[in-house]
Design a protein around this ligand. Structure first.
Ligand code: XMP
Length: 529
């Protein structure tokens, strides 16, 4: 049976993935394609509906992204957003003009709620606008169905043709009823049943993997991160011991993390699979000795991973499939900007080896966004602490130790980081006691999306007891972020910072100073290297 789907045609807007995620939140499967994708290919996918995203251009700009009139004549409902809305009007005979001023930000808007698109929402609410050009005349057959003080056509429809447009962005949370509007489009106008759910995803994937793999052998590089863990469990549920997972412990993991991964995936864990842990710390430390240039460190760590993995793979012999934890944003990002119209897969995301003998790559999560990977993980019964683990970079603590890496520095940063995490946990508990119901999972407003300790390469003078010390400074980092592209320093409570500082200095040998990093991204990055 073919999967019900909506297609998002991307015109280069900054919210393209957000549009797709919002559609998926309506339980409708959705894929993103570049505007350069030939119309025949789009048609062949038999979408239930099409959404045109915003874009950075004006329809009059030289080389502006365009589309053919045929797109609107396929009998498939189309919703144009922002640039997509203007393009629809431009192509169908309306008029788009330069406005005297840009309309930007939260904007009160009046809606004609007799339109299917605005069913069930109030007649007036706030939307998020961000445009220079505006639609000054709508195309024949269309009716305006929303307006603002400055914008005569904030939305329009040609009901009979199934064409709709919104000058604003329903996908961003600042648009009060954005979710409802998108729901009305995909579930109402497009008639989607809404059968995209993670329980059925898991079930169908397990069946599909079994059919594909047959009695073949499968190899998976397991990092303990969310994506590779969910991929590994999915495979193990489907084919059990036909799966071998290789976990390379590069000695740059957080404190006890290697053992935690082993306790979940190893022989004493709940899953049936072959698990190989390679303790390669010494090899890595040797290779990294004396190297302080960040890019060089990253390269060494990446290359060494491939080498270790290849050695293990050789011992196992030929396998039929190699598993990768590629997820949908990787797929989308690898497809944009290039000349190829159809988005291609991102095979080398994890930088996997060329010399491993396998027939094909399996990417069971390549259709999922991160939040869907997490949901799938919960469906599969993976422990919550693994599913909701904060992101951890591939090169691990290697890039949280500024300058050269030694075993002793790894110990320092591991211990400091473990204390920091304990203190954050404690502060969350204290906050919950005061602010939320018993057993609630609610998080305090200051809760960072990512936080860690890093070892600055700076040593400074201190005094402990009556003795002079000359030891390292630890930097604590905590950020709030939605997409990890931009981030702000999280405003952790002073009490928490003081408690962590005092414990780190008292308990971690080699540290006599702790600092809190207040830098946002940009101009800083989240990691230190
Ligand atoms: P930056 O430091 O670039 O980090 O602001 C943004 C996010 O990406 C993570 N990060 C990495 N993840 N391999 C990864 O898998 C890497 O080499 C890497 N470098 C940074 C970082 O932890 C943050 O969440």
């Amino acid at each position: 049976m073919e999967r019900e789907k909506v297609i998002v045609i991307d015109f280069g807007g900054q919210y393209n993935q957000l549009v797709a995620r919002r559609v998926r939140e309506c339980n409708v499967y959705c894929e993103i394609y570049s505007y350069r994708t030939p119309l025949d290919e789009i048609k062949a996918m038999k979408p239930a509906g099409i959404i045109l995203t915003g874009g950075p251009n004006s329809v009059y700009a030289e080389g502006a992204a365009g589309c053919k009139r045929d797109l609107f004549e396929m009998g498939i409902p189309v919703l144009g957003l922002c640039y997509g809305a203007q393009l629809m009007m431009h192509v169908l005979g309306g008029k788009v003009e330069k406005a005297a001023a840009r309309e930007y930000g939260k904007t009160p808007t009046k809606f004609d709620t007799s339109s299917e698109l605005f069913k069930g929402i109030p007649e007036e609410s706030v939307v998020w606008m961000s445009h220079f050009d505006y639609i000054s005349a709508i195309a024949p057959g269309f009716t305006a169905i929303a307006h603002t003080d400055n914008c005569p056509v904030a939305a329009a429809e040609d009901r009979d043709a199934g064409l709709y447009l919104l000058q604003f962005h329903p996908e961003v949370l600042h648009t009060e009823y954005g979710k409802e509007i998108l729901y009305n489009f995909v579930r109402g106008i497009c008639g989607c049943a809404g059968d995209w759910r993670m329980d059925s995803f898991v079930e169908t994937q397990i069946k599909a993997i079994r059919e594909k793999v047959g009695s073949g052998k499968v190899l998976c590089a397991l990092s303990g991160g969310v994506d590779s863990s969910v991929a590994a469990v999915l495979l193990s549920k489907a084919i059990g011991k036909q799966l071998t997972c290789v976990f390379v412990d590069h000695g740059l993991l957080r404190k006890n993390e290697g053992d935690e991964v082993e306790s979940v995936f190893g022989p004493d864990g709940p899953y049936e699979l072959n698990f190989i842990r390679v303790n390669a710390a010494d090899r890595y430390y040797e290779k990294l000795a004396g190297v302080s240039e960040p890019e060089k460190k990253r390269k060494i760590i990446g290359e060494e991973f491939i080498r270790v993995f290849e050695e293990e793979a050789k011992k196992i012999g030929a396998v039929d499939y190699l598993v990768q934890g590629t997820i949908y944003p990787d797929v989308v990002e690898s497809g944009l900007g290039g000349e190829s119209a159809v988005i291609k897969s991102h095979h080398n995301v994890g930088g996997l080896p060329d010399h491993v003998d396998f027939k094909e790559i399996i990417e069971p999560l390549r259709d999922l966004f991160k939040d869907e990977v997490r949901k799938a993980g919960l469906e599969l019964g993976i422990p919550e602490y693994l599913v909701f683990r904060q992101p951890f970079p591939g090169p691990g603590l290697g890039i949280r130790i500024i300058g050269d890496v030694t075993a002793d520095k790894v110990r320092i940063v591991q211990d400091a980081d473990a204390i920091y995490r304990e203190e954050v946990d404690k502060a969350v508990e204290i906050w919950r006691e005061k602010h939320s119901e018993p057993d609630s999972k609610e998080l305090p407003p200051w809760m960072p999306d990512q936080y860690f300790a890093a070892l600055t390469n700076m040593r400074s003078v201190g005094v402990m007891g009556d003795e002079r010390t000359y030891d390292y400074a630890i930097a604590l980092r905590a950020v709030k972020t939605i997409d990890f592209m931009t981030a702000e320093c999280a405003q952790l409570p002073y009490k928490l910072l003081m408690a962590a500082t005092s414990r780190i200095i008292n308990e971690v040998r080699g540290v006599n100073r702790v600092m809190y990093d207040l830098t946002s991204k940009p101009p800083g990055t989240i990691e230190f290297e």
